[in-house]
Design a protein around this ligand. Sequence first.
Ligand SMILES: Nc1ncnc2c1ncn2[C@@H]1O[C@H](COP(=O)(O)OP(=O)(O)OP(=O)(O)O)[C@@H](O)[C@H]1O
Ligand SMILES: [Mg+2]
Length: 378
Amino acid sequence: MGIQEFITRIISSMKTFRTQMNVRFVDREIETKKIIDDSEKTIFGGMINILYGPKGCGKTTFFKALKFASESQDVDIDVLYISREYEETPELVKLYMPKRFNQILKEIASAIGGSVEISYEGSGIVSASFALFRVVRTAVESIVKGVKGGRKIIIVVDEVRADSEESLSKLRGWLETFANDLGYMNLDYKNKTGGSITVITLVSDALIAEIRHIVGAKVAWSLMWNLSREAMKELAEELNLDIETDILWRLTGGNPRALQTIAIYGLEKWFKEEILKDLRDLYRDLLDIFRDRDVVWRELEQVLQNIDQSPASMLRSMLRRNIIIYIGATSSLSKIPVNEPWIMEDFAYQMPAFYHTLKIMISRRSIDVALKDVLANL
Ligand SMILES: Nc1ncnc2c1ncn2[C@@H]1O[C@H](COP(=O)(O)OP(=O)(O)OP(=O)(O)O)[C@@H](O)[C@H]1O
Ligand SMILES: [Mg+2]
């Protein structure tokens, strides 16, 4: 099977995937192509790839759909998914393996001291109360030892936190040591079987940009963006959202989680809890830093004019609150919209509603802004 046919098959299979809300999975064709086709040079085998993007832009769902497709089609690609079960038990790590890996499941489990269960669709799950990173290493070691055939193996490491000094330094330590080892282990696997092992780490904390200059060359960075306008429209229809496409686009910028929240709770509640609250928290952070209301508003005015030239403390606060995200000098898996005032060269707002609301706040020098004010000024 040629690479094009391979990609077409995967894409059409992904379209039959149903998301958490039992909604049809939409779009992501460009991303799929870039992940599968090595000649696209966006995601690299034998490397740790850090895939970051706005909160709720669809990173997790994308890899769940890819995993589903690779298991339901006869293709030589395998997706392993590792994540922390934050909501269930925070210390629990689960590794979801494809069916055909069941013979090495036990080996991994015994190496990390975890337990094995088989899901109803037949794929294996290893659970362990262990450091996420240790589970990744063990999985790679077991694959090199036990998996036959030149498979393209993608190990997705989800829910990697980069929201504090502590988590950033832990992540940095892992990247620095594991990047080299993975390179060698991949070479080993490649020489033995002709296959490749790729690690993709999903991060949604925009603060991750802080370690770029330190680990930059050791890992590959790529960006995933919110849905395109057309895909957003499709999802809005799936969700029976009765809001004009134009308004939805100007508020959410195609963020699928925002669409879902709006479908469940309505626009007003989404705006208050997901946009207004974060901007008010940002204002309070800034007041702590600059100590003077006038200074804060002046600094914010500057941000609005040219975010790329804002002081580091300002950028850091906005990154930490996941209001903006760094997009400069990163290869993107997704197409990033052009000619949008909220997307600049180096930084972009994670959703345009942040930009529009902040603009009104600044003009009024007040954090009391209502949804109707924003709608009137879109
Ligand atoms: N392509 C898609 N088609 C349909 N729904 C989607 C798509 N992508 C994401 N969604 C929906 O949007 C929601 C958010 O997506 P997801 O959790 O994958 O985002 P994320 O980037 O992993 O978020 P976080 O930053 O919190 O980790 C999901 O509940 C999912 O159902
Ligand atoms: Mg996620």
